[in-house]
Design a protein around this ligand. Sequence first.
Ligand code: XBP
Length: 247
Amino acid sequence: MIGALLWDVDGTLAETERDGHLLAFNRAFEALGVPWCWGAAHYGELLAVAGGYERLLHDMAQRREAPAQPAARAALARRVHRLKNELYAGIVAAGELPLREGVAALLADCRTAGVPLGIATTSSAANVAALLGRHLGSAWRTQFAAVVCAEQAPRKKPDPQVYRCALAGLGVPAEAAVAIEDAPAGVAAARSAGVAVIVTHSHYFPQLHADGVLAAGPSLGSAAGWRPAAAHAGRIDLAQINRWRGY
Ligand code: XBP
């Protein structure tokens, strides 16, 4: 049996980038009178930069409309990011960001089998708490042996810091853990920390099959389309993850 299952958040637990953060960024731009709006395809390119605040700064660096002085840019990015996170929490609270198929069932498999769960994300802690509180209830934190967010691991993915912190919190060696990720930076972060990775394709990363991943497929909710193939029809369960890991 695997020793722990580590979860990425955005794109993996829910389609938060397309249906949450992007909408909230654009609403924040509008509310603050910031004269631009991000298109869905442009946002996909911006996802190469992990972290909402860092993403804003990166985008502003290429815009003539953005403040010229670095200090003014940073101040604007902080204001937009703060409001974006408030608006994101509202989208989550309104029930507009469901967990992806198969996620709740796989979390339940792990709880039943006593496999410790961890979160390893470059998102802010407040965004993670909003999403998991909405779906797992106010005691959601007790279901996870380790929760590592942007505040605890400021060197963002693909840096392995977030995975190393999560492993330390779990007290589990890297080779015993498996991570579930959707994005290239997340796969790279987990692999650099020595953690095996399963990739669940998301809206922005529909084809990802990076070198060295245990398995990749469209959805944890279905065995269809996974490589290597799943042993049984139905959802991807803990038994299948153990099988891919060679247990
Ligand atoms: C994804 C990210 C995050 C979110 C926005 O993290 O890069 O920055 O897009 O969150 P992961 P913040 O895939 O590791 O969960 O605005 O809180 O940074």
